[in-house]
Design a protein around this ligand. Structure first.
Ligand code: FO1
Length: 315
């Protein structure tokens, strides 16, 4: 029997560990807090990529190869859009489109993003509680040498090519931590887990919501992170490129420095074993594990390892 677990999750890497965690923690004991700072309005629809990555992963609907969207997707809408010379830089599959249409309509009816997400999760048959980091819209701007870009413009349209100089999370001061997170953080917990997501654009927006970091730190549970950097590289996405452009050490040690003062423990890959001592010098306990998640067994295995690490830290 497991106690409650809170996970902070971004996109692909986050959704993978969340899926693993759903195999080792009962659904009603798992609260997943999703980054929403890369949400945006596109073609009149509210798109929430990180929420959807987690929803699709837990519903068994996600495309494992692309890493985003639904598997067995069809693209009739995109073909028609292109033929009408509509904006086709952001790909919306036909099935995925239904998610955005339903979400946008429920928001238009006055539901909060938290309520809408709970409705979508229930309709997809998901047991775990999935919440947005906040109900208020927050938007990441990527500051680059080519100017300021909305996150999706940087990520998808510009393919992460511009050189990054910083980030701004617009409207973050008006954001409030989602109520389920605040109440769950007051309960006895086994662990607070920071998924192997991009620290700058997936996890930092969550941590920068006024009051959220304090709610996590006041919780009676160890905070453990899983490094998204293995052997100096990110498995997917621009985390390593961003770290390099920001002049950081592109390694699990760089990740440890980033989360120093917040986390009690860091899981690093076997490939990074030699960094353990330097990380522990920061006051962070290290667990060495196989952190590459290639199939459901490795996802569940890493989730199990993460929980056993956290429970050991609590003891
Ligand atoms: N990522 C891409 O690289 N290209 C796309 O066209 C694209 C479309 C898309 C549509 C819906 C959705 O939920 C996600 C989508 N993503 C796409 C992924 C997404 O932009 C990023 O993975 C996340 O924002 C980063 O966490």
């Amino acid at each position: 029997m497991s106690g409650q677990v809170i996970m902070l999750s971004g996109g692909v890497g986050g959704a993978k560990l969340v899926l693993g965690m759903s195999h080792v923690v009962e659904g009603n004991n798992l609260l997943v807090v999703c980054n929403t700072a890369d949400d945006f309005d596109h073609l009149g629809l509210r798109i929430c990529p990180d929420i959807d990555s987690v929803l699709y992963a837990l519903a068994g609907l996600s495309d494992q190869v692309r890493g985003w969207g639904r598997r067995n997707e069809t693209w009739t809408f995109m073909s028609a859009l292109k033929s009408l010379e509509g904006p086709d830089w952001f790909n919306l599959g036909d099935g995925d489109l239904a998610t955005h249409v339903v979400r946008t309509e429920l928001l238009r009816q006055g539901k909060t993003l938290g309520e809408v997400t709970a409705t979508l999760a229930r309709r997809m048959g998901i047991q775990a509680t999935i919440v947005p980091m906040c109900d208020q819209p927050v938007s990441t701007s990527v500051l680059t040498q080519d100017g300021r870009l909305n996150f999706q413009h940087y990520f998808v349209r510009e393919q992460c090519n511009p050189i990054v100089t910083g980030f701004e999370f617009e409207n973050i001061q008006a954001a409030r931590p989602q109520s389920d997170l605040v109440t769950t953080a007051r309960d006895p917990l086994d662990a607070i887990v920071i998924a192997p997501s991009n620290p700058y654009v997936s996890v930092d927006p969550i941590l920068q919501i006024p009051g959220l970091r304090e709610a996590l730190q006041n919780a009676r549970a160890p905070i453990v992170a899983v490094s998204p950097i293995i052997g100096g590289q990110a498995i997917k996405g621009p985390a390593a490129k961003m770290m390099m452009e920001l002049g950081k050490d592109v390694s699990a040690l760089g990740i440890a420095r980033h989360y120093s003062g917040l986390i009690d423990g860091l899981l690093i890959d076997e490939a990074d074993e030699t960094l353990a001592t330097e990380i522990e010098d920061l006051g962070i306990t290290v667990r060495i594990a196989k952190t590459l998640m290639t199939d459901v067994e490795s996802k569940a295995g890493l989730a199990e390892e993460t929980l056993s690490f956290a429970r050991g830290l609590a003891a």
